[in-house]
Design a protein around this ligand. Structure first.
Ligand SMILES: [Zn+2]
Ligand SMILES: [Zn+2]
Length: 210
């Protein structure tokens, strides 16, 4: 399995590219500005086709390029609680920065708690981790000992809870029940900033304690 990260415009949001070298298939997690061109370059250099775009949540900075994936017929997956944000991202305009061009798109597959999903031949389990955003999802790849956590938790931080649909108690519950309960060695790949691990956040995260 190949895993690449890019920190993209306009506010430093991570996109991840995961490829299965045997099957020559890949998927992308989140689509900040420039994610489509970046993923296309990677897939071409590896000789892979992109099977899906997995969205950790519907905040504008994570979905700016999603319409480009949709235009290519790449399957878009996300949580139904963020349907409005996916289809009408301009509703978050007042929380974004000036000059952003919002383009809505349709989600092809809705994901939910405890669903088992296989994309590009890679198995994962879906967890709902609301609190930062109602449709926040976590993608757990047990075999690779890693999880894509979106903006639920960061290295020594947590997602902000003051945006519409955000709630600190809900986020704290998501982190304690769905993230701190994963094996200690699990690497956490967040929507912003560097990767961390379950053990290291259990020990050091100043906002949500075990
Ligand atoms: Zn967010
Ligand atoms: Zn974000």
């Amino acid at each position: 399995m190949i895993l690449e990260r890019a920190e993209l415009e306009p506010i430093g949001t991570n996109a991840y590219f995961v490829a299965n070298e045997e099957l020559k298939q890949a998927f992308v997690v989140d689509a900040p500005l420039g994610a489509f061109a970046w993923a296309e370059r990677l897939s071409e250099s590896l000789g892979c086709t992109i099977q899906a775009l997995l969205l950790t949540h519907g905040h504008w900075d994570h979905i700016l390029d999603a319409h480009l994936f949709a235009r290519e017929g790449i399957s878009i997956m996300g949580h139904a609680a963020d349907k409005l944000l996916f289809e009408n991202p301009e509703v978050m305009a007042s929380f974004s920065i000036p000059g952003v061009d919002f383009k809505g798109f349709a989600v092809d597959q809705w994901l939910k708690e405890n669903q088992n999903l296989k994309v590009a031949g890679i198995e994962m389990e879906i967890f709902e981790v609301p609190g930062h955003c109602p449709g926040s999802l976590l993608f757990y790849l047990e075999k690779a000992s890693l999880a894509f956590v979106g903006d639920a938790i960061f290295c020594r931080g947590i997602g902000r809870c003051d945006l519409p649909g955000g709630n600190f108690e809900t986020l704290k519950n998501s982190i304690q029940k769905k993230i701190y309960s994963l094996p200690d060695k699990t690497e956490l790949y967040s929507g912003h900033g560097p990767k961390t691990s379950v053990l290291s956040e259990k020990q050091e995260n100043p906002f949500v304690r075990l």
